[in-house]
Write a protein that binds this ligand. Sequence first.
Ligand code: SER
Length: 388
Amino acid sequence: MAGLAEIRSTFLNYFKKHGHEEVKSSTLVPSNDPTLMFTNSGMVQFKNVFTGLESRSYDKAVTSQKCLRAGGKHNDLDNVGYTSRHHTFFEMLGNFSFGNYFKEKAIPLAWDLITKEFSLPKERLLVTVFHTDNEAIEIWKKYAGLSDSQIIKINTVDNFWSMGSTGPCGPCSEIFFDHGSGYEGTPPGEDGDEGDRYIEIWNLVFMQFNRDSNGKLNPLPKPSVDTGMGLERIAAVMQGVNSNYDTDLLSNLVKSPNNLLKVNDAISHKVIADHIRSVVFLLLEGILPSNEGRGYVLRRILRRAVRHGYKLGARSPFMSKLVDCLVKEMGEAYPQLAQSKKLIEDAIHQEEKKFFSTLETGISILNKEILELNNKLIPGDLAFKLHD
Ligand code: SER
């Protein structure tokens, strides 16, 4: 069974074989973009290359990019724990063309990777396209031999990808995997497509425009390509499981003895396994918990995990003890983790300790007030005090 590390390297090597430059993941805090709080996809570090402001020595690239979706346009924080595949931190595999090739090559490259290298059965794949994109439809039919029923036209923003409210954007075509009739769910575009059966595994964006601050779509200098495949999602498919949390890396974090396993609560265990990754990778970049900006997002993520731990019975720091497991799982791909382990553990421990005492005080105030309420409403000033 291919583990995450092997899937990551198969992807990178495949595109290198096809002439793409392997570029390192950029930091979670974008260095080139004040409009974004965090890197939310692989294309962020190439934003200025797409728009023509910057040029590089290559016009095709491949990356495995650290991403954080816990603030700004793409924010999944509140979903984490309640679904099988939302994360605040994840890795996105992607290939990019800066004016070198467009859909005529992006689709065949993607198709050959998933059906030949990854050996996914064609009959379990379906794709969506932006409803007016006849060109993409033709390529999917001709090259991949997909039937009409496997190509679904979507006329919403789901198939028009944007990085943020401004910046590069364009129509996209998403590849879905059918996990089989054992799972609930309908194909994309139909009511009920939120289920666990049909899962998007790869988004091919045909970058064509730069949206300015007035909302106007200006053509990019050259049509380009930006693709994104969630490493955890493709790992689930290739490891024959439905939930990303059952793949090798995440399931080891879910099942770590430090994940408060004495109580069985799948939601909280997933929250903790997900959030420890965001917390550690943000600290690794020098972000510290605070009351504003990125530091506040870090604080919220850590506190959300601690609150779930509290539900499971924890009354003292436990998150810092999970760093060890994370370093074992990801230390090879990210060697800086081992170097900064002690500092990270200490920072988490301090913040947790503080929050446990805040939580105890808040919960005892709330319980006392509830006893005295007699079915009346909780007064606004108390709600504010507890929130504060
Ligand atoms: N930018 C697109 C996405 O995030 C493809 O990489 O889905």
